[in-house]
Design a protein around this ligand. Structure first.
Ligand code: FE2
Ligand code: ZN
Length: 448
């Protein structure tokens, strides 16, 4: 016979399933809304078998037919509107996510939970769903009371992850491109006034930026101040050794090829930083001369191609460090940034679906002195293969930046280059940290 234990705060009783409901009524003074069940300690194999049997025997359903039960350190929720049979919530996770005033500060959105307690969270004394079927209420072994909106639980739990991904994919989807099928007119373009005065303008620009890795604002006054206003509408100027909003003409002021007139093949910037800038902003304030077209390459599209053609090269470039450096002794600068050429989202498989960042700047590579000596040749083979893909002219999107057009480029995905030019070319621009830009995208509902 299956024995269940019903526990009240501070007092435990062993009862049979038949009296459970009556006892609950007496304890709460109202009709029970869900189960108060706790399987006694058993070995794991017994528990697994019991879990299967108990699914129908031990469950009391509450309002809206929400059913709760305990199983091996988890609260299992069956909700008629959740597209999973059983939603498992670790008790430690539930404890950690209590939003009562002792555990969470609503005004600062910060936790106050003592995380040292989380490895030994005991079974709760009581748990139920409230009378409207919207809130899970738990009384823990020490009398602490937690309440969770079931909606919040679904939206923030592991079990809702797939659902969240589906919702996210309906908001925007990354669109891979190359120069054969995509041109500058395919990039999202938002007029300055709409961008500066409406959230919808910001949303359109951000959506285009996330989708294609680049987007433009038109009708901007050709000044550094107006460029800065564009930047600050969606983030913060990231200060570097080049300044905040930088300005340059081809005068060789910095020890960098970008400050010359020669062609620059596509690359990403800041491979010499621990975290390369997330966004590159350019504004051509004036150009009296020829050439100087900007080239863009979708690095992620090239990485998809590399993964398909040469998965071993892709794997190697995802693993072997490739440091970049920036040296300017006159300013006592020697920056070194390390990391693999290809990076993926934390915890995800190293595959194109989970791409996070491409660091690619052959010009700025530091002396290669880390990694396995036996892999050196394989690394050059893989890096060369990737370079062939990234520098394939058919991948390049070309555009002539003109005064009034500000372009934002995802420096973790899209490479930029520049054709050689003549005459006086006056540029300004800025870097932005990725976190700031993603924060803004979240503020207009584009990131869940
Ligand atoms: Fe650059
Ligand atoms: Zn709490």
């Amino acid at each position: 016979m299956l024995v269940v234990r019903v526990v009240t705060v501070g007092r435990a009783r062993l009862v049979g399933a038949a009296v459970r409901r009556r006892l609950l009524s007496a304890l709460t003074g109202s009709a029970p809304t869900a189960s108060i069940l706790d399987t006694p300690a058993r070995c794991n194999s017994q528990l697994a078998a019991d879990a299967h049997r108990s699914r129908h025997k031990n469950v009391i359903t509450g309002p809206d037919a929400v059913a709760l039960r305990l199983h091996r350190g988890h609260l299992v929720v069956q909700h008629p509107r959740w597209p999973v049979d059983d939603a498992f919530f670790s008790l430690a996770w539930l404890w950690d996510h209590c939003r009562c005033r002792h555990c969470y500060d609503d005004s600062t959105f910060q936790r106050k939970t003592d995380v040292r307690q989380l490895s030994s969270v005991g079974n709760p004394l009581q748990f139920n769903v409230n009378s409207t079927g919207t809130v899970l209420e738990i009384i823990w072994h020490d009398g602490h009371q937690s309440e969770y909106s079931l909606q919040w639980l679904w939206e923030n739990s592991y079990v809702g992850a797939r659902h969240r991904e589906q919702r996210q994919s309906r908001l925007w989807q990354r669109c891979l491109w190359d120069g054969r099928r995509t041109s500058a007119v395919d990039l999202t373009s938002v007029v300055y006034d709409s961008f500066m005065t409406t959230e919808e303008g910001v949303r359109r620009l951000m959506k285009g930026f996330l989708t294609h890795g680049a987007a433009v604002v038109t009708g901007v006054a050709p000044t550094p101040a107006a460029t800065q206003a564009v930047v600050e509408r969606v983030g913060v100027v990231q200060h570097t050794m080049f300044g905040g909003v930088w300005e340059f003409t081809a005068d060789g002021r910095h020890a960098d090829t970008a400050y010359g007139r020669d062609e620059l093949l596509p690359h990403t910037d800041g491979t010499y930083y621990s975290e390369p800038p997330g966004v590159q902003v350019f504004h051509c304030l004036a150009h009296h001369g020829h050439g100087g077209e900007t080239t863009l390459v979708d690095g992620f599209a090239a990485l998809h191609a590399l993964h398909q053609a040469d998965p071993a090269a892709y794997e190697l470039l995802s693993r072997v460090p490739c440091a970049g450096e920036y040296r300017d002794p006159s300013r006592r600068l020697h920056m070194v940034g390390d990391g693999p050429v290809i990076a993926h989202r934390a915890g995800a498989e190293p595959a194109p679906d989970s791409l996070l960042r491409l660091r690619f700047n052959p010009y700025d590579r530091a002396a290669a002195r880390r990694g396995e000596p036996a892999e050196v040749e394989a690394f050059y083979g893989a890096y060369g293969r990737l370079t062939e893909l990234l520098w394939d002219e058919r991948r390049r999107l070309r555009l002539k930046l003109r005064p009034g057009t500000v372009i934002l480029i995802d420096n973790w995905r899209v490479l930029h280059g520049r054709a050689a030019f003549t005459g006086r070319r006056h540029m300004c621009g800025a870097y932005m940290a990725r976190s700031d830009v993603l924060s803004r995208a979240r503020s207009v509902g584009l990131l869940i």
